[in-house]
Write a protein that binds this ligand. Structure first.
Ligand code: URA
Length: 435
C-alpha cells in the first residue's frame, strides 16, 4: 500500500477501507507518513467528509495508537462525561461527585484551559495541595474505593490524536465534523468508560456555532461510541452566554461548592442535574425521570457535597477550603463594571468574556504562562436580566493593574442591552438530547 494512493482516493471522494485508515495512522505514528502527506489527507477529509464506517475506523485506529484504560473491573458502573468546551463550564467538578455519591465509578481525565475556554485541571489546581497526577495504580484504587478521581490527561492516551490535532491547528482543518468526532471519541474510548455522556455546545463560545451543526456532531459521536460497544447519550446545550456566574479558576471552584451545597440555582445547577441524570440513566438503565429524582436527592441531602469533600481530601487537597471557601486568596484589584443604559441584556458574548478572563490572568496566552488562580469575572447580571443604567453588571478580579481599563471596555462591548420596553423569551439551555 502507498500513502500517495490513499490520499488520491480520498481526494476523489472514494470511501477508504479500514486497512487504508489503519495504514495511515500507523505510518503517521512511525514517521513513514510525513506531516505534509498527513496534511494533504486531512484536508481531503475536511473537504470530502467521511462516511460513518470511515469515521469509526479512524476513531478506533487513533484510540488504539497508545495506552488504554481497562475499566472492566468496574463492570457496568464506569461512566464518563465530556464537554466540547465553553466559558464558565465547571460542570465536571459538580457532576462527578453527584454521580459517584450514587454508586457509579467516575475515572476522569481532564484538560487544561484552551484559548478562551477554561480547563478542569487548572480549576482543581487552585485548591492547595490537590494532586493532578496519580499513578495508574493509585488512580484505579481511588476510583474503586471512593467512586471517583479526576486527573490530568496523560499524553499516552490516543497519541495519534495529539499529533494530528497539532497539525490540524496549523492547516485550517480543525472544523471538520468527522475529524472533531474522531479526535474527541478516540480519547474517550481510550479512557475506557462503559457509558459516556457528551455535552455538545453551540453558540458564540463554542466550536459549533449553530444547534444544527452541534446536533450533527453529537449524532456522529453517539453512533461511533455505540459502534464501539459503549452506551452513549449526548446533550446539546447553549454556549452563547457563559455558564453560571463565575469565570476563573478559584471563583469557579467556589461556585461549584455552592451548587453542591444547594445554595446556587439557575443554569449551572440545571445543566449539572441534566448531565448527571443522563449518566445515571445510562449506568442504571432507568428512565431519565427516575434518574433525575435520584440526582436531585443527592444534592438536596448533602450526599454529593460530602462526596466532594472526601474526594478533595483523598486527592491531597486542603478540604478546609471546601468547607470555608472564603479561604481562597482573593485578587488585589476588584473593579465593578456598570450598565451603560437601562434595559434588558439580550446577549453576553461568551467568547469575548472568556478572553477577558484570560487578560485578567485566569488563562494562558502562551503555553507555559503561569495562571493567577484568583483572577476572573463574577457576573452579576446575565442574558434576559433587566438592568438600570449605573447598576453593577460584573466585577472583574485581577492582580494586573495594566489590564483593568481594557478589560472593562471589552466587557462593555461583550454586553448588548436593548430598550426598557422589550421583554425577552429566554432561549432554552438544552436544545436537544440524543439518547
Ligand atoms: N476537542 C478535541 O478534543 N478535538 C477536537 O477536534 C475539537 C475539540
Amino acid at each position: 500500500m502507498r500513502i500517495y494512493d490513499v490520499i488520491d482516493k480520498k481526494r476523489r471522494g472514494v470511501e477508504l477501507t479500514n486497512e487504508e485508515i489503519q495504514f495511515f495512522i500507523d505510518g503517521y505514528m512511525s514517521g513513514a507518513v510525513s506531516d505534509y502527506q498527513a496534511a494533504a489527507l486531512i484536508m481531503a477529509i475536511c473537504i470530502n467528509g467521511m462516511t460513518e464506517k470511515e469515521t469509526t475506523a479512524l476513531t478506533m485506529s487513533m484510540a488504539n495508537s497508545g495506552e488504554k484504560a481497562d475499566m472492566s473491573v468496574f463492570g457496568e458502573l464506569s461512566v464518563d462525561k465530556h464537554s466540547t468546551g465553553g466559558v464558565g463550564d465547571k460542570t465536571s467538578l459538580i457532576v462527578a461527585p453527584i454521580v459517584a455519591s450514587l454508586g457509579c465509578k467516575v475515572a476522569k481525565m481532564s484538560g487544561r484551559g484552551l484559548g478562551h475556554t477554561g480547563g478542569t485541571v487548572d480549576k482543581l489546581e487552585s485548591i492547595p495541595g490537590y494532586k493532578i497526577a496519580l499513578s495508574t495504580a493509585d488512580f484505579f484504587a481511588q476510583v474503586n474505593e471512593l467512586g471517583m478521581a479526576i486527573v490530568g490527561q496523560s499524553g499516552n492516551f490516543a497519541p495519534a490524536d495529539k499529533k494530528l490535532y497539532a497539525l490540524r491547528d496549523v492547516t485550517a482543518t480543525v472544523e471538520s465534523i468527522p475529524l472533531i468526532s474522531s479526535s474527541i471519541m478516540s480519547k474517550k474510548l481510550a479512557a475506557g468508560a462503559k457509558s459516556i455522556v457528551l455535552d455538545v455546545k453551540f453558540g458564540r463560545g463554542a466550536f459549533m456555532h449553530t444547534p444544527e451543526e452541534a446536533e450533527i456532531l453529537a449524532s456522529n459521536m453517539v453512533r461511533i461510541g455505540r459502534n464501539c460497544g459503549r452506551r452513549m447519550s449526548a446533550v446539546i446545550t447553549d454556549m452563547n452566554s457563559p455558564l453560571g456566574y463565575a469565570i476563573g479558576n478559584s471563583l469557579e471552584v467556589k461556585e461549584a461548592i455552592d451548587v453542591l451545597r444547594g445554595e446556587s440555582y439557575g443554569d449551572l445547577r440545571e445543566i449539572c442535574i441534566v448531565l448527571a441524570s443522563e449518566m445515571i440513566a445510562l449506568v442504571k438503565n432507568i428512565s431519565y425521570e427516575e434518574s433525575r429524582a435520584l440526582v436531585s436527592e443527592a444534592i438536596d441531602s448533602g450526599k454529593a457535597y460530602e462526596k466532594m469533600k472526601e474526594w478533595i481530601a483523598v486527592q491531597g487537597g486542603d478540604v478546609s477550603y471546601i468547607v470555608d471557601s472564603s479561604l481562597f486568596p482573593e485578587s488585589s484589584i476588584k473593579v465593578n463594571v456598570y450598565a451603560e443604559k437601562t434595559g434588558y441584556i439580550v446577549s453576553l458574548d461568551a467568547q469575548k468574556i472568556g478572553f477577558i478572563s484570560v487578560m485578567l490572568g485566569a488563562g494562558r496566552l502562551l503555553k507555559d504562562d503561569p495562571i493567577d488562580y484568583s483572577a476572573g469575572i463574577m457576573m452579576k447580571k446575565k442574558t434576559g436580566d433587566f438592568v438600570r443604567e449605573g447598576e453593577i453588571i460584573a466585577v472583574l478580579h485581577t492582580n494586573k493593574h495594566d489590564a483593568v481599563n481594557d478589560a472593562v471596555k471589552e466587557y462593555l462591548s461583550a454586553v448588548t442591552i436593548i430598550g426598557r420596553q422589550t421583554s425577552l423569551a429566554k432561549s432554552p439551555l438544552v436544545y436537544k438530547t440524543i439518547r
